[in-house]
Every structure is written in structure tokens, then in C-alpha cells.
Design a protein around this ligand. Structure first.
Ligand code: PEP
Ligand code: MN
Length: 264
């Protein structure tokens, strides 16, 4: 994977001496849950606190997120911990609300990236904001859809862009929840070498025991950062219970991971 980026981006402006870390629960569940996790992540390598408030569940009847109420909890996270915040947006109404509540970074989920209509709606809604926008790969291993989503945002004048590699659906039974198909992430990076590329080991593995190894592979491939689902009581999380790790485990993982320096 290409090493040197030629353009300065929002990521360089953070002046980190380690890969970017985004962490927090899959879903915001209650105000207490959000704030407890945020306080446990404060003063660690985590720059951005994540929590999904509008949850794209594959089947109906599952917890679909707390909705706009969670935006107030994210505001409290920022005020109490100093961490920046991020959440998933999937339509223009989400964008409007997230911008009004000062969410710093918005990500676009894998089920949205597959739809050019949704991507265009999001690009139009985000135009004129200075938000950082990260585009997850589509659920299916189609590089063009991923590139096309980025291009729609770029064409709308959105400058602070990046991508998240969260693996791809497959009918085959594999050890992964979503197979990484690392070559697709490498190809993506070749096409957009200046764009920060973040790895999401949580949705790739679906299993907390495999998160470390996927993070290490991503760092060995010079990914710019990691988005790791983190919960103080993973087994009782309201979504994605099997893949979340505790804040304590995240801190230990950041110590144990081998991080390549540009000079290596
Ligand atoms: C998430 O980040 O919680 C999520 C729903 O991710 P994805 O879009 O990758 O499935
Ligand atoms: Mn999740």
C-alpha cells in the first residue's frame, strides 16, 4: 500500500503521533452508557468518540437506535471529555440534525454506500458544511460503488473526506463476519492515495477475539487509523455484542500493536 501522502488533510491537522483511533459503542443505548464509555476512553489514544444513533438493522424488530435524542448525549461527551464525536448519517434529515448538534465527523454506512441515490442525497445535504465525512465500503465487493460515493461527495465540494474499510458480505461461510478482501482496500488506496483510510476490525471480524489481528494487518498495510467498537459491557450491548471490546482492552491493544513509522 502506498505510504507517502502528498496532500495535507484533516488527519494531518490532528498532529497525532500514532494512527487515528475512533472508538465507542456500536449503538448509543442510554445517556449513562454513552457517558460511562466516553469517560473510560478519555485521555487515551482515542480522538473521536463513535456511537450509532440511527442503526441500519438488517431485519426489522431489532433495536434501531435512540434517534435524535442521542445527539444531546454526544454533545455531553464533547463537553465532559474533550473528545470529538461522530455518528452515522443515512439521509438528509440525519445530516441536518447532526450538523445542528455539532457532531464533528459523520460516517456513511455500508448499506448507504451501495445506493447512488442515497450518496447523492447525502452529498447535497453535506455541501457547504466543513464536516469530516468518512465513507464505508459498500456491503458488496464493488470498488466502483465505493469510489463513486467518494466522487459524489467530492463533486459537491466536500473537502474533508476519508474512507473506512469494513469488509464485504459473502454467501460463503468464513471466519469473518465480512471478509476483508484486503486487495480491494489496497486498490482503493491506489486510486485515492491522499485520502485517509481507516480500518474497522469490528465489522470485519464480528468477533472480539479476532480484532487485534485485523488491526495489526491494517497497520502493516499502512492504514491511517482504526475504528473499534468499544463498550464497558460488550456481552450485554444492544447491538453487535460479540465484536465489541472494553475500553481497557482497547488501551492494551494500542500498546501491543506494532505501529510502523514512516522511517521503518
Ligand atoms: C456501524 O458502524 O455500527 C455499522 C452499522 O457499520 P456498517 O455500516 O459497516 O455495517
Ligand atoms: Mn456495529
Amino acid at each position: 500500500m502506498k505510504n507517502k501522502k502528498e496532500m495535507r488533510t484533516w488527519l494531518d491537522d490532528l498532529n497525532l503521533d500514532h494512527p487515528l483511533v475512533i472508538a465507542g459503542p456500536c449503538s448509543a443505548e442510554t445517556e449513562e452508557q454513552v457517558l460511562k464509555i466516553a469517560h473510560e476512553l478519555k485521555n487515551t489514544d482515542v480522538s473521536y468518540f463513535r456511537a450509532g444513533i440511527w442503526k441500519p438493522r438488517t431485519r426489522p424488530g431489532m433495536f434501531e437506535g435512540v434517534g435524535a435524542l442521542g445527539l444531546q448525549w454526544l454533545q455531553k461527551v464533547k463537553a465532559e471529555t474533550g473528545m470529538k464525536t461522530c455518528t452515522e448519517v443515512a439521509n438528509a434529515a440525519h445530516v441536518k440534525l447532526a450538523v445542528e448538534h455539532d457532531v464533528d465527523l459523520l460516517w456513511i454506512g455500508a448499506r448507504s454506500t451501495v445506493s447512488p441515490f442515497i450518496m447523492q442525497e447525502l452529498a447535497d445535504a453535506l455541501a457547504g458544511t466543513d464536516k469530516i465525512v468518512l465513507v464505508k465500503n459498500p456491503v458488496n465487493p464493488d470498488l466502483a460503488l465505493w469510489l463513486g460515493g467518494i466522487e459524489r461527495l467530492h463533486n459537491a465540494g466536500i473537502k474533508n473526506l476519508g474512507a473506512i474499510h469494513r469488509g464485504f458480505s459473502t454467501y460463503e461461510k468464513t471466519k469473518y463476519r465480512n471478509i476483508p478482501e484486503w486487495q480491494l482496500a489496497i486498490e482503493f488506496q491506489n486510486r485515492f492515495p491522499d485520502l485517509p483510510l481507516i480500518n474497522d476490525p469490528s465489522h470485519i471480524t464480528g468477533n472480539r477475539d479476532m480484532v487485534f489481528d485485523v488491526c495489526q494487518t491494517a497497520l502493516d498495510l499502512n492504514f491511517d487509523g482504526l475504528m473499534v467498537e468499544t463498550h464497558y459491557d460488550p456481552d450485554n450491548a444492544w447491538s453487535d455484542a460479540a465484536q465489541q471490546i472494553t475500553p481497557k482492552a482497547l488501551v492494551q491493544m494500542m500498546i501491543d500493536l506494532k505501529i510502523r513509522k514512516e522511517s521503518d
